[in-house]
Write a protein that binds this ligand. Structure first.
Ligand SMILES: Nc1nc2c(c(=O)[nH]1)N[C@H]1C(S)=C(S)[C@@H](COP(=O)(O)O)O[C@H]1N2
Ligand SMILES: [Mo]
Length: 251
């Protein structure tokens, strides 16, 4: 099966090749003509995928809320600074936003909670076979991106988490299409309550067009990067690195 990632990779390769060739040669060489035709087809498909990717995930009403929003994976990070921050009610905790940005940010929870917010009721789908509907409130990631200002070359955001999960530090990453998506938020409340520790306090990612494992909990640092090779085993996330999960887990 061809994954979206591979598809987009082959589009980029095809387009690059075409741009370097002379125009006349393209039209006469039957091999190149086939490439041109298929590249055009791929470009249309790529545009559809991108248009599709800016669509909103379904939102629900309060009557749809799951009675309990279950927790999965890490329920309480141990053995790191996180523990001290949790015991101090995250008073001195800060979110770092750095990497390929013009203005690195270091934000307290109070600052984050006073920023523009979005509330959304969405369905969370875990690959392990359960779903839950919850109401999330948080700052749209776009607000932080606009404050920090991406530098040229930035293509992905890495979310560094406070927990180790089995053998490694949990982390995740998304591309800029998802980063600027209106429903992509850093949530600090669930169902009108301060975000519980089990669900990722004090701050967790909601990236509503993707499966559960992309929704990084306990986010303490966001790093803008040019590629994903520097972190972990280089596949863009804990589950991608150690369990062969797809990097793009679109739903
Ligand atoms: N830091 C961190 N983020 C994480 C996980 C984790 O173990 N650690 N588990 C992931 C998985 S598989 C799912 S389904 C959701 C679960 O979120 P919840 O605990 O709020 O239900 O968080 C995701 N984000
Ligand atoms: Mo999951």
């Amino acid at each position: 099966m061809i994954t979206r990632r591979k598809l987009i990779g082959s589009i980029a390769a095809g387009a690059g090749g075409l741009m370097m060739s002379g125009c006349n040669k393209i039209n006469t060489d039957p091999k190149v003509r086939t490439l041109l035709q298929s590249a055009e087809g791929l470009t249309m498909r790529a545009q559809r995928i991108i248009a599709d990717r800016s669509a909103l995930a379904p939102e629900f009403s309060r009557t749809d809320l799951s009675p309990v929003f279950r927790a999965n994976g890490t329920r309480i990070p141990v053995g790191t600074d996180y523990e001290a921050h949790r015991l101090a009610n995250f008073e001195n905790w800060r979110l770092t936003f750095d990497g390929l940005v013009a203005r690195p940010l270091s934000l307290s929870l109070a600052q984050i909670r006073s920023m523009p917010r979005r509330t959304q009721i969405t369905r969370h789908d875990c690959v392990e076979g359960w779903s839950a509907i919850g109401q999330w409130t948080g700052v749209p990631l776009k607000v932080l991106l606009d404050q920090a200002g991406l530098r040229s070359g930035a293509r992905y955001l890495i979310f560094h988490c406070a927990d180790r999960y089995t053998q490694a530090n949990y982390y995740e990453s998304i591309d800029l299409i998802d980063a600027f998506h209106p429903q992509t938020i850093l949530a600090w409340a669930l169902n009108d309550e301060i975000l519980p520790v089990a669900n990722g306090a004090p701050l967790r990612l909601r990236v509503e067009r993707q499966l559960g494992y992309k929704h990084a909990k306990y986010v303490q640092r966001i790093e803008a990067v040019a590629n994903l090779t520097s972190q972990g085993l280089g596949r863009g996330g804990y589950w991608e690195d150690y369990h062969d999960y797809e990097w793009y887990a679109g739903i």
